[in-house]
Design a protein around this ligand. Structure first.
Ligand SMILES: [Zn+2]
Length: 439
């Protein structure tokens, strides 16, 4: 008898854990394909990518499709004054805060069908799978689709989540695009009253947690063949605009000694940035990606060069101390080249760390489903970083083929996408059981 039980147990453990997948991979992929039709280049297929800017006709039509899916899943749909879509499934618990999860469906121009879409369609699939399994959670569950995450239109990224975090300045409403339309005009098109924009603010504690499923947009998971990324946080970014001022003079008549060449100083400055970032030896990245040379003529010694130094890391103290060393190097270069170098901090976005307990829960959920995991930072910005102002956050990454994103060539395989949604499903159930316990 005992032997029979042992044999039975051995047999059970031999069944692949992935067979216990709750989400429906085909149904999920079908919604991704359907969503891709909104903003697809004329006469092209799924692999041609998408242009579905926030605040556009394509986005508006896609939102119709998405809210239809939500209603079909029995969810109660609500749109806030920033245009963010919330879809709620009630919980059994007495007045517990909801668990929030979702992403965005807007894209960059000539973008792919995975950035944002995977997290949005994945979230809706989780709701459908919970319905299929007749699961009743203690917490209410809410899917959210944030407005204009990419921010290409009106040059304001993370529009919806920034407004929800109460960090949006009201002046944004007056911003105009090339056609003369304002943000306020578009909010009206989305059925909202722009005067009420600030009412979209979400109070701290209104949600028990926020989980965002997203493609990695980098190549680490794909390269290492890891199925699920547990995001440690969204890196902080510092931008500095620097100006090197030398003296513009005739390139033919000015001898080499005594020249005050602003470009040569800037070129050395760029090399110094790379050296000092590499010296940290961690995951910090530093880039000089913008250079403007004046007068920018082949026969004139450059008199002025403007360049941007960008530093990113999950730990602000690392890029702060790197900058201290870079500044010292710049002073040395300036002295040697007889130019003046001045830098000004123009953007300083702090890192947004995910909540350690949520990270642990995501890792546990993924492993229980039989997936391999890796903890990693997000080098790209996400709505989650703004949600961190009012709720504990966690992020789940799935691999991006060849690390390509913001391109029609962006791709994550159907099974990879389903693994992400399954991890989200399991994470939500674990959090539902563990959070807000009266012990
Ligand atoms: Zn995104």
């Amino acid at each position: 008898m005992f032997r029979t039980i042992l044999a039975l147990l051995a047999l059970l453990s031999a069944i692949p854990v992935e067979a216990q997948q709750h989400v429906n991979q085909q149904r999920l992929w079908g919604t991704l394909e359907k969503l891709s039709e909104f903003g697809r280049p004329e006469g092209k297929g799924f692999d041609a990518g998408v242009t579905r800017l926030g605040f556009s006709e394509a986005d508006l039509a896609a939102r119709e499709y998405v809210t239809g899916l939500m209603r079909d899943a029995g969810l109660t749909v609500r749109v806030d004054p920033a245009g963010n879509i919330f879809a709620r499934r009630e919980g059994a618990g007495p007045k517990l805060p909801a668990l929030l999860f979702g992403s965005h469906i807007d894209s960059v121009p000539n973008g792919g069908n995975f950035d944002g879409d995977v997290g949005s369609m994945g979230a809706i699939e989780v709701m459908r799978a919970l319905n299929d399994a007749k699961v009743r959670t203690r917490h209410p569950l809410e899917v959210v689709i944030w407005t204009n995450e990419e921010g290409h239109h009106f040059r304001k990224s993370l529009f919806g989540s920034t407004t929800a975090a109460g960090l949006m300045e009201p002046e944004v409403l007056k911003r105009t695009d090339d056609t003369g339309a304002t943000v306020a005009d578009w909010l009206r098109r989305y059925g909202q009253d722009p005067a009420k924009l600030q009412d979209a603010r979400v109070a701290k504690g209104a949600y028990a947690a926020y989980i965002e499923l997203h493609i990695e947009q980098g190549g680490i998971l794909d390269e290492r063949q890891i199925e699920i990324g547990v995001v440690e946080g969204i890196v902080g970014i510092q931008w500095r605009t620097c100006r090197a001022r030398g003296f513009a003079n005739h390139a033919g008549t000015t001898p080499m000694p005594g020249r005050r060449d602003a470009f040569l100083a800037a070129a050395q400055a760029a090399l110094a940035v790379r050296e000092e970032v590499r010296r940290e030896g961690g995951r910090e990245v530093g880039t000089v990606g913008y250079v403007k040379v004046e007068p920018n003529a082949g026969n004139i010694i450059p008199g002025m060069v403007e360049f941007i130094v960008e530093l990113r890391d999950l730990d602000a103290s690392i890029y702060e101390r790197t900058w201290t060393r870079i500044e010292k190097r710049f002073a040395e270069i300036a002295a040697a080249e007889e130019v003046a170098i001045h830098c000004e901090l123009v953007a300083d976005e702090r890192p947004a760390l995910t909540t350690p307990a949520i990270r642990d829960t995501i890792r546990e959920a993924a492993r229980a489903a039989g997936y391999t995991t890796l903890d990693l930072p997000s080098g790209a910005g996400h709505d989650a970083q703004q949600v961190a102002h009012f709720a504990p956050i966690g992020m789940i990454f799935v691999p991006s083929r060849d690390g390509i994103s913001h391109s029609p060539r962006e791709y994550s395989a159907p099974d990879a996408v389903a693994r992400g949604a399954e991890t989200l499903y399991r994470t939500l159930l674990l959090l539902d059981a563990r959070l807000d316990k009266k012990d």
